[in-house]
Design a binder for this molecule. Structure first.
Ligand code: FES
Length: 169
């Protein structure tokens, strides 16, 4: 007996479900593929992070402090962004760290008393960084200061210099 098709009934695919219906097996396959894709992306991200260099970008320790004429003789100028005092005395220029050697507070220039004072525990320093009083164990460091080829002051915060060294301009 031969099989005849009834034109009034929809054609059923051989898998046993209608064309647009999603079976449980298809659903589970798609969920599995999605989970594998997410896990794969995660492992690629972790691998990339592992192989990329672990570099810490820090600001430069050398900076330009402008033309020497900006600083009058007998002046102490606080450069807040660098936490450095540019001091100009008759003998020349020097750059003094504004960070207290006790526990690292930022000091303040007191023009009336002509000294640098630490607000945290009361250490006091002369404009050249020499310690006057307080718990600070050392004077304020002095940094190398020089002139660039175009005549600006250049401070290197990595180079500490002896108190006797000044930049004569
Ligand atoms: S941090 Fe300056 S005196 Fe303590």
């Amino acid at each position: 007996m031969s099989e005849t098709k009834n034109p009034a009934l929809p054609e059923v695919p051989p898998s046993g479900h209608a064309g647009n219906e999603i079976t449980r097996r298809d659903f589970l396959n798609e969920i599995t593929l999605g989970a594998l894709g997410i896990a794969g992306l995660g492992s690629v991200a972790v691998t990339y992070q592992y192989f990329s260099p672990n570099v810490l970008f820090e600001p430069s320790t050398t900076f330009r402090a402008g033309n020497p004429d900006l600083y009058p003789v007998h002046s102490v100028t606080f450069l807040q962004d660098q936490q450095v005092y540019i001091v100009r005395m008759p003998e020349g220029f020097y750059a003094v760290s504004a960070v207290c050697t006790h526990l690292g507070c930022v000091t303040q220039w007191k023009p009336d008393a002509e000294m640098i004072a630490c607000p945290c525990h009361g250490s006091k320093f002369k404009p050249d960084g020499t310690k006057i009083a307080g718990p600070a164990p050392r004077p304020l460091p002095r940094f190398l200061i020089s002139l660039t080829a175009d005549g600006e002051l250049l401070v290197d915060k990595l180079e500490n210099i002896k108190p006797a060294q000044v930049l004569k301009v």
